[in-house]
Design a protein around this ligand. Structure first.
Ligand code: PLP
Length: 341
């Protein structure tokens, strides 16, 4: 099977497994696991922040950040397709008792002007706006990049209104590789940043939440409260360290292949995709109704050995990743041409 459903399907390589098997470990709930400490320091340095916290998932990382930045009853601004709003099981309401104020962006990108329009005045009738979240790259919008100049404009406004800024940077390294802009430039305008090691970077498990020392100290309590305190977890952290040290540059190949798939799909009749909107490793395409629904096409592709994700009635998602070979991509192209022509 050629698996284009997600970049989370990547499996640890033999060398990564070897690094994991040899990891120094300790009890991380006591803060004594040397591999976890090394990972947290290395990712914090990469992202230009004072400290980091290793957590089991990107979801927990975002939810801990929201918890640490807000009080119950606060309002959090996000994009309408944001992962924190749509794919984290209602976490902001459940864990932090905050409400979200979604802004409809274009390809996951909203403007400082749109943010300004939703910031609440301070009076007893309305919820206080306290946190702005940005997702970069944006998953549901198709791995799209949020322009850095707009992030700066939004951050300037956030500071003027005394609001915090959180970056859901689960897929930030894709933006780094696609633009050549270093990670710490992308993250400088934010109070906190979440980075996933288990997506395109290919580690089996883990995300790191970064921020200043005081913030990360607070987040330790919430990680414990959410059940995410782990013991000899250096075994896993070693895989994440291997990924961040060795796999970042390989994302360029994922991007080039996604672009290639998009170009091929754009030439097929009744298929809708603009290759220029494929910024990184996610390809979203739509199809005319007479071609069938996303679910029907997914089934036809699956019978030919290709897995994809139907995301809406007339929409399918493909994601390229490091476990694909050149043959896989060529075979996928032939399968699309056969099934969709
Ligand atoms: C994958 C992802 C997450 C969190 O994922 P987990 O599956 O919980 O690790 C958060 N935000 C974005 C943008 C993602 O792509």
């Amino acid at each position: 099977m050629i698996d284009l459903r997600s970049d989370t399907v990547t499996a640890p390589s033999q060398v990564m497994r070897q690094a994991m098997s040899q990891a120094d470990v300790g009890d991380d709930v006591f803060g004594e696991d040397p591999s976890v400490i090394e990972l947290q320091e290395e990712v914090a340095r990469l992202l230009g922040k004072e400290a980091g916290l290793f957590v089991p998932s990107g979801t927990m990382s975002n939810q801990i950040a929201i918890k640490a930045h807000t009080q119950p009853g606060d309002e959090v601004v996000c994009e309408a397709g944001a992962h924190i709003m749509n794919y984290e099981a209602g976490g902001p309401a459940f864990h932090s008792q905050v409400q979200l104020n979604p802004i409809k962006g274009r390809l996951g990108v909203f403007t400082a002007r749109q943010v300004e329009a939703v910031i609440r005045p301070r009076n007893v009738h309305v919820p206080p706006t306290t946190l702005i979240t940005i997702e970069n790259t944006h998953n549901q919008a198709g791995g799209t990049i949020f322009p850095l100049e707009e992030i700066h404009r939004i951050a300037d406004m956030a500071r003027a209104h005394d609001l915090r800024m959180h970056l859901d940077g689960a897929r930030l390294m894709n933006a780094v590789v696609a633009t050549g802009i270093p990670a710490d430039e992308w993250t400088a305008p934010f109070d906190s940043v979440s980075l996933c090691l288990s997506k395109g970077l290919g580690a089996p498990v883990g995300s790191v939440l970064c921020g200043n020392r005081k913030f990360i100290k607070d987040t330790h309590r919430y990680r414990k409260l959410f059940g995410g305190g782990m013991r000899q977890v250096g075994i896993i952290a070693a895989g994440a360290l291997y990924a961040i040290r060795n796999h970042v540059d390989d994302l360029a190949r994922d991007h080039q292949r996604a672009r290639q798939l998009a170009e091929v799909l754009s030439k097929l009749p009744g298929i809708h995709i603009n290759p220029d909107e494929v910024h990184t490793n996610i390809v979203m395409f739509g199809m005319d109704e007479q071609k069938g629904t996303g679910v029907e096409i997914e089934e036809q592709l699956r019978r030919k050995g290709l897995l994809c994700l139907p995301l809406a009635k007339q929409k399918i998602r493909l994601v390229t990743h490091r476990d694909l070979s050149d043959d896989d991509i060529n075979n996928a192209i032939h399968t699309f041409q056969k099934v969709l022509s």
